[in-house]
Unconditional design. Sequence first.
Length: 71
Amino acid sequence: MRKLEKPGIEAVSQYLDSQPQLKLADPEVAARIFVGTLVHFVLIQKVLHGQDLLPMERDRLINGVLDLICR
């Protein structure tokens, strides 16, 4: 977890923090929401075969969560 998740969240958090136009109150929380959503998507769609029960296109999910974060 330290080798993958922590650096990933830190990188996304730093990127979001460097975008002042987003006006995020807490870039680390936004990064955790983004990364957590992606992890959940992979677990449900790929590991638990959710693509058969609850199909969702990857790009649709990513665009949706970015829209929520960037409002």
